[in-house]
Design a binder for this molecule. Structure first.
Ligand SMILES: *Cc1c(COP(=O)(O)O)cnc(C)c1O
Length: 432
């Protein structure tokens, strides 16, 4: 009989094992430009696959509902201390399973059912959890929304002030999933204060930039700050809440028992490891390179005649208007054509889009993942030219072959996860 504790994945389950190997190869052989994705370190990967997955630890360090939590306490306390240090926050809750769960817990803390919120419109860069009608936030609360100015395609703070006065929200929600510009958290804090609202700043996308001072921090200006840990912050998939001490108990109670049961201790351990990495000096140069790379990519695309929403970028992402009022192609067509040459992006609506969300006029590009691989400005320049070539001629097999070869050459220069790059066990290897 096989030993339960020593059977490994490749022997035990070829279906999943092969899919894992294929995924390592897909990530290695393609150009990952999805702005919300990144590649974690081997240390973070290893930590996620540890025996902490076996442990129930409902409660918080020192106050658990289960025995045997002394080592779970060590990892959770380390994650909390490091998160507070990174962001200069008074309180941190590291248990949210995701960014959406973090937001749900804050809304539960700050609001009663049916209260008014004011959040950024999804089609202008906001997130589902900021008041979309199909999301808990839009179902349980009264929603008003703000967007960007039609000419500048940037947040119009005077208009936001006016909307805040009109709707008198109890909670103002800021932060975005597809906004390439700096967000003025100080101004938003002032607007909220002027109408007696609290603020939740959701920095899911820009957390790494905030952590290193490359984007102004919302922490001094907002009661609640939420983030994911897996985007620019480059940790395991998960969520994090920061807040002022006065809300600490309520936030903790909203996470557990409010919206979650047992915490994912193996993921919290991996969060602690990634927070430790974020506290190293080289994390700042990594974040600076992300921004430099985004600017280089923006410049190349704009030189190639593509229109950038808001004219450029201040952060890690850019929104490219590939439709250009019918002169170009839709985001849907662009995403598919780029996917065929192993450049991974997502279609995205642009502000005041005339296309439906599933078609969209734009694509969103981000540089965190490729920067993790070690790519620099000159690589962004090459990639920008590949993208422009595909968008110009999305149906040309000749262009596709050419770009596919360039992608293979470039990715070969930036290897990743060498220990995990195995040949497929049995069966044919997927062509790349
Ligand atoms: C990604 C994102 C989230 C949600 O994160 P999940 O972990 O996918 O739930 C929340 N808010 C913003 C602004 C995001 O970009």
């Amino acid at each position: 009989m096989k030993n339960f504790f020593t059977t490994n994945i490749s022997g035990a389950d070829p279906v999943i094992s092969n899919a894992i190997d294929d995924e390592v190869r897909r990530q290695t052989n393609g150009l990952e430009l999805i702005a919300s994705e990144n590649f974690v370190s081997e240390a973070v990967l290893q930590t996620m696959g540890t025996v902490f997955t076996n442990k129930y630890a409902e409660g918080y360090p020192g106050k658990r509902y289960y025995g045997g939590c002394e080592f779970a306490d060590v990892v959770e306390q380390a994650a909390i201390d490091r998160a507070k240090e990174i962001f200069g926050a008074e309180h941190a809750n590291v248990q949210p399973h995701s960014g959406a769960q973090a937001n749900m817990a804050v809304l539960m803390t700050a609001l009663e059912h049916g209260d008014q919120i004011l959040g950024m419109n999804l089609s202008h860069g906001g997130h589902l959890t900021h008041g979309h009608p199909l999301n808990f936030s839009g179902i349980n609360y009264k929603v008003a929304d703000y967007g960007v100015n039609k000419d500048t395609e940037q947040i119009d703070y005077d208009e936001l002030q006016r909307l805040a006065e009109e709707h008198k929200p109890k909670l103002l929600i800021c932060g975005a999933s597809a906004y390439p510009r700096t967000i003025d958290f100080e101004r938003i804090g002032q607007i909220a204060q002027s109408v007696g609202a609290k603020v939740m700043a959701d920095i899911a996308h820009i957390a790494g930039l905030v952590a290193t001072g490359l984007h102004p921090s919302p922490v001094p200006h907002c009661e609640f700050v939420t983030t994911t840990t897996h985007k620019t912050l480059r940790g395991p998939r998960g969520g994090l809440i920061l807040c002022r001490e006065e809300f600490a108990k309520d936030v903790d109670r909203s996470v557990f028992p409010g919206v979650q049961g047992g915490p994912l201790v193996h993921i919290i351990a991996a969060k602690a490891v990634s927070f430790g990495e974020a506290l190293q000096a080289d994390f700042k140069s990594y974040q600076q390179q992300i921004v430099n790379n985004a600017k280089a990519l923006a410049q190349t695309l704009s030189d190639a005649g593509l229109r950038l929403v808001s004219g450029g970028t201040d952060n890690h992402l850019l929104l490219v208007d590939v439709y250009m009022d019918g002169k170009g192609i839709t985001g849907k067509v662009a995403e598919k054509a780029l996917d065929e040459v192993h450049i991974t992006v997502n279609k995205n609506t642009i502000p005041f889009d005339t296309q439906k969300p599933f078609v969209a006029s734009g694509i969103r590009l981000g540089t965190p993942a490729l920067t993790t691989r070690g790519m620099k400005e000159e690589d962004m320049h090459s990639i920008g030219e590949m993208i422009a070539a595909i968008i110009r001629e999305p149906e040309s097999e000749q262009v596709k072959d050419l770009v596919k070869r360039s992608v293979a050459e470039l990715t070969a220069k930036f290897p990743m996860y060498p220990e995990r790059l195995k040949e497929r066990s049995g069966g044919a290897s997927r062509a790349n």
